[in-house]
Design a protein around this ligand. Sequence first.
Ligand code: MN
Length: 718
Amino acid sequence: MPIDYAAAILGRLPTGKRSTGLPKLISKLEAYLPPEEVESIVTAFDFAHEAHKGQQRQTGEAYITHPVAVAALLADLQLDPQTIKAALLHDVIEDTPAAKEEIAARFGAEVAQIVDGVSKLDKLTFRSQEEAQAASFRKMILAMVEDIRVILVKLADRCHNMETLDVLSPAKRRRIAKETLEIYAPIANRLGINSIRLELQDQGFRHLHPNRYRVIERALKKAKGNQKQFMKRILQNLERSLAEQGIEAKVMGREKHLYSIYRKMRLKNRHLNEIVDMFGFRIIVDKVDTCYRALGVVHSLHKPMPGRFKDYIAIPRINGYQSLHTTLFGPSSMPIEVQIRTKDMDRVAESGIAAHWQYKQGESGQPAPHTRAREWLTNLKEMQDGANSEEFLESVKVDLFPDKVYVFTPKGEILRLPRGSTCVDFAYAVHTAVGDRCVAAKINRRLVPLRTQLRNGETIEIITAKGGKPNPSWVNFVASAKARTAIRHFLKKMQQHEAIGLGKRMLEISLRDYKLSIRKVGISKIKLLAEELGLHGPEELYTQLGLGERMAPLVARRLLPDDEMEPLPNSEPLAITGTEGMVVTYAKCCSPIPGDTIMGYLSTGRGIVIHRDDCGNLVEYRKQPERWISVNWKPRIERDFNVEIRVEVVNRVGVLAAVAATISDCNSNIESVSIDERDGNTSTLNFQIQVKNRAHLARVLRSTRKMNDVYRVARKTA
Ligand code: MN
C-alpha cells in the first residue's frame, strides 16, 4: 500500500473538498482498509458532496461536513466499507431528491437498504415522559431495523448531532438531549457499543443539565491538574513492575466520564470529590492468563481494597463486556481503579455488536445481517453460560428478532401488537368499543382499507361511526387474540339479538294458527313454559326458536288453553324482510332473490336458511318436514341479493369487459367472475352479481342477451 495514498487521493481533490473533513476520514480508513476500498468510499463521498451542494448545517458549516464526521466516527470502530458509505449517504434520501434506486444502482442494494433504514428512523421522534413508553420506543427502533448497521449509523449520526446542538433553542436542545439519554444511549448500551454510548451520555448530560455538567467538569479538571504528577508516577511504576515480570502490557490513564460521575453521585449518593479524587488506569495485555498475572503484579504494588475485586472475565457482563476490575489504596489514601483485559476484550468492550461488522482482510462472502446479529447473541450466550442471565438474553433476542410490531396512536402512545396485525387489531387494542365501531382507518394520515397490515413506526388513526359494527369477515384477517375474541363475542351477541326477534315472529305466526297471539296468551304463561323447559326466561325461548333449536308450532301448542284445539288450515307464512341479519341466510346452492318462490329450512343453531322452491337440494331436506317453515317475501325489500348468471359468448378480445359493462349499466354489482373455455370459438362466463329482485335480474338478462357477441344468457339453475 503506498504510504502517501491519502495524499494521492487528496492531490486530485479540488480545494473545496479538502475542508469537508475528508482528509481526516481518509487517513482513518487507510489504517484498516485496502486502497481500492478507500477509493470506492471516496466515490460515495463525491455523490453525497454533489447531493448536499449548497446546503448548510444550522451551525453555518457546509452540510457535507456532517456525513463525513459520522463516517469518521464509524471508521474509528473500523466498520466495513458498506457501513462507511451508508454513513456518507445517510441524509441523501431525506434531504435531496436523489432516490434510493440511484444509491442502489451506484453503491449496491446493501448500502441503499442501510440508508433507507436510517431515513425511516429519522422520521420518528419520541415525546413522552413515561419510562414504559421509552422502553417501547427503544424496542420499536430495534424492530424497525432489518440490519443492525442502520442502528450503528443512526447512533453515530446522533453522536455528531449532539456535538453541534448548541445552535438550537434551549427547549429543542433539552428535548433532543432527553431523547438521547433515554432512547439512544440505552440502545448503544444494550448492543455493547461503549465508545458511542459514553459519548451520547456525556453530550446528553451536557445539554440537559448544563450547569451540573459545568460543575463536574470544573471539579474534574481541577482534580486532573492536582493528580497529574501522581498519575505519571503510578503509571511508570505499573509499567516498570509489569516489565520486570516479563509481562508485555499497555498501561494508560483512564478518562473519567462526566455522566457516569453524575450517575454515581445520584445513585450511590456519593460526594463529587469522592468520585473525582480517584485514579483510573487500564492495562491491556495479549492473553487471558496474562490478565491474572498482571493482577498479581498490581496487587503486590498497592494494597487492594477488600470487596472491590470483580472478575468480569470469568463472569462477563450481560452485553459481553469482559475485564478484571480492582481498586487499590493509592498515595495519600486516594483510591486507584484498575481495569485489566486483553486486546480482544478491549475491542469488544469498545464496540460490542459492532465488532461483528468490523472489516476483516481477505474475508469473502458476507454473512447476512441477521446472521451476524445472531453470531453476537450466540457469543454472549456462550460467555454467559452458567450465569442466570438467560432471561435478559432472551429479551435482547426478542428485540433484535421481534415477532411484534410497534405503532403509534395519534397521541403518540406506542402500542405493541403481534406481527401481521391490521388496522382492526389496532382498533381493538385501543378499546373494544373502538374496534366494534370502526369503519375506516388512516395510516400516517392516509386512508387505507381496514385489513391493511401495520408496519413498525406507523401512526394509526381509527375512524368510528355510531352505527358501526364488526364485519364477520374480519375474523379471517385479524392477528391478535383480543380482536378475534371481541369480534366473535359481538357477532354472537348480535346473532342472539336477531334470533330473539325472529323467534318471536315465528311464535306469533304459529299462535295465529289458533287465532291467538303472544299478547293474548300473556307473558306470564310464556315465562311459566320457559321455566318448565328449564330455560332462563322468554328471551332464551325466543332465541332457541330463532336459531332453529326448537320448533315454533310445538311451542305454540303448549301455550294453548285447551290441548284439543285444532289448528286452522292455511298456516300463514313467515314474511322475509331481508333485514333479519345472521339468523336468516340465503342458500348458496340456489341463491334465492325476492320474487322467487321460496321455502325456509330451520337449521339447528343457524336459524332459517332460505332456498328456492325448485332447488335440487330440497329432495334431501324434505325428509324432515317438521324443519320446514313456509316463508314468503315481504314487498319492497331494499337490499341486494347475490345471484349467479351464465353468459355464453363468442371468444373475442374485449367481450368480457363489454358484458361486465352492460351488467354495471343495469346498476348491478359484479362480485366475481370465472371463465369456462368451451372450444376455440365460445366461452361461458359465470358472473356472481347482485340484484334487488327478479325484475332487476330480468332487466340484466335482457340487456345482456341483446349484445352482439352473446349467444345465450341464463340464471344458474340450482
Ligand atoms: Mn444526519
